[in-house]
Design a protein around this ligand. Structure first.
Ligand SMILES: [Zn+2]
Length: 341
């Protein structure tokens, strides 16, 4: 019967169409063309009624077989295409595990932070406690408690950033000493460090923001020789065992007597060079014995107790140690510089 030949022809064409579908989308078109609701197979089913009741069952069977055959062909082709796509993706995304990894960009601590840590470590070894305080202070604590009343000329040298009449960005970490003196009782040894602010225009050796360490020791019979011993130990631990120290009389409102400490030049060893301006010495800090009034204002018996104190910028020692000649480099965050120190 001609109808059976036609069905065989459809089956052959469908098989070829499936095999020729190069993508999943093309295969879907084939499926719709043959198996969709308006597809070739559905239309063939609709012609069943034209045949005699004797022919219909066999023809129905043949149509069902045709439908199953095409479904199988589509499914098989779909499987093949999926496997191919997987293979292509696998070969494209294959990872070469033997390639070296990409290095992570690791940061590190800033040269000033390292200097601070190093200084703190030395004083911790001498039994000093590390203390911190706020960067915004009362004018009263920052100045008056350190023997600088409003009319005192020493304020001019530290003229700073005020936040209203009462509050000021601290001009020295010595103000942290005041808080410690208020809250503890002797004997005590403490080292404060942190940022300070002064109205200094930035140049090679000044910055309106800088860091300071400030230490003090209060006990019975603390003498100037204790101060010299502690600071010489610090200088040798930080700059090297050959370092010599010199104390020159100076003035600070909150210490009496006061001194500047200079160390033998770390560049030339004391013979004279451009860095030490041919003198062989480098001033690195100010120090002295706390003025009795400073202790009294904290309620400490100045007849019984004495105290030494010292304060030092952190930038200068760090710059000397690493041969840095401009303070601004420390705050510009230029990686070309920071990678070298
Ligand atoms: Zn020198």
């Amino acid at each position: 019967m001609a109808e059976f030949d036609r069905l065989a022809e459809i089956e052959r064409e469908a098989a070829e169409a499936c095999a020729g579908a190069a993508t999943e989308a093309a295969l879907e078109d084939v499926r719709i063309r043959y198996l969709g609701r308006q597809g070739v197979v559905a239309q063939a089913f609709r012609t069943l009624g034209q045949f005699s009741s004797g022919e219909r069952p066999r023809l129905g069977q043949a149509l069902n077989a045709l439908k199953a055959s095409i479904e199988a062909a589509v499914a098989q082709r779909a499987e093949t295409l999926a496997a191919g796509a997987r293979g292509a993706r696998l070969s494209q995304e294959r990872i070469d595990v033997t390639l070296p990894g990409r290095p992570l960009a690791l940061g590190r601590t800033h040269v000033l932070t390292r200097a601070l840590d190093e200084i703190a470590e030395i004083f911790l070894g001498l039994g000093f406690e590390i203390v911190e305080g706020p960067e915004v202070e009362r004018d009263h604590d920052n100045f008056e408690r350190l023997n600088m009343p409003p009319y005192h000329p020493a304020r001019d040298a530290q003229d700073s950033f005020y936040l209203g009449p009462e509050w000021v960005l601290r001009t020295h970490t010595t103000v942290v000493d005041v808080h410690v003196l208020d809250t503890r009782r002797p004997p005590m040894r403490a080292l404060a460090y942190g940022h300070c602010y002064r109205r200094d225009p930035a140049d090679a050796s000044h910055s309106p923001m800088f860091q300071q360490v400030d230490g003090f020791m209060v006990d019975e019979r603390v003498r100037f020789s204790d101060l010299k011993g502690v600071l010489l130990h610090f200088a040798r631990a930080f700059f090297g065992p050959e370092t010599r120290a010199r104390f020159v009389p100076s003035y600070f409102p909150f210490t009496e007597p006061s001194a500047e400490m200079a160390i033998s030049c770390v560049i030339c060893g004391g013979s004279g060079c451009a860095v030490c301006k041919r003198s062989g010495w480098l001033e690195i800090l100010g120090c002295g014995m706390f003025h009795p009034r400073v202790l009294e204002m904290a309620g400490i018996d100045a007849e019984r107790y004495t105290a030494f104190a010292f304060g030092m910028g952190v930038e200068r020692p760090a710059m000397l140690k690493h041969r840095i000649d401009d303070i601004r480099l420390l705050y510009e965050n230029d990686l070309r510089f920071l990678r070298q120190v």
